[in-house]
Design a protein around this ligand. Structure first.
Ligand code: GAR
Length: 196
């Protein structure tokens, strides 16, 4: 049976698209659903175009025991991927899917993490503070913002003249290169643990 991925995203969804494309021909992994807290998010259109189930949910449904949790149980994911999901991930879901939720953050955590540090705000802060480098962090999700165990990090240089947009595109490039591969590794690792 194929391993099942469920993706949460709030906006454009270039990472989601990239993950969908990467696993489109996989014999062992499939993206079964894309969920968004924004009903008009571009990411939902992308999922539909790729013939993947696309759902949106309200904040109430997100934290209700018979809302999103039940939907997720029926989707039976092996891994839940946060790919640009900009709300705090609900504890009620984390409790059900312990160690099965991973997030990508557009900076080198623990720097530039926490509440309010997402998307372009991160890149603007990097430029404002004249950081010489930034990068990406892929990590397990726990009940605090950007705090779970780190799985993978990689860096990119920030030049003195780089704008926040330039930094954003450097970071996106790293995300697109690494996120699907790391997802695959995490899935393989949990398989190994099961067999041990
Ligand atoms: C990505 O850069 C991701 O790291 C970031 O949102 C962007 C979504 O891009 N996530 C966070 O900031 C979470 N704190 P995308 O919609 O093009 O995939």
């Amino acid at each position: 049976m194929k391993k099942r991925l469920v993706i949460f995203a709030s906006g454009n969804g270039t990472n989601t698209q990239n993950i969908i494309n990467y696993f489109a021909t996989s014999q062992s992994v499939e993206v079964v659903c894309v969920l968004s807290n924004k009903k008009d998010a571009k990411v939902l259109e992308r999922a539909k175009t790729s013939h993947i189930k696309a759902l949106s949910f309200s904040k109430t449904e997100m934290v209700s025991p018979d809302g999103l949790v039940n939907e997720l149980k029926s989707l039976a994911p092996d891994l839940i991927i946060l790919a640009g999901f900009l709300l705090k991930f609900p504890e009620i879901i984390l409790r059900e899917f312990q160690d099965k939720v991973i997030n990508i953050h557009p900076a080198l955590l623990p720097k530039y993490g926490g509440k309010g540090m997402y998307g372009k705000h991160v890149h603007e802060a990097i430029v404002a503070n004249k950081e010489p480098e930034t990068g990406i962090t892929i990590h397990y999700v726990n009940e605090k913002y950007d705090d779970g165990a780190i799985i993978f990090q990689t860096k990119t240089e920030v030049l003195p003249d780089d704008s926040a947009n330039v930094v954003a595109s450097k970071v996106h490039k790293l995300e697109h290169e690494w996120f699907p591969k790391i997802i695959e590794e995490v899935l393989n690792k949990s398989q190994k643990t099961l067999n041990e």
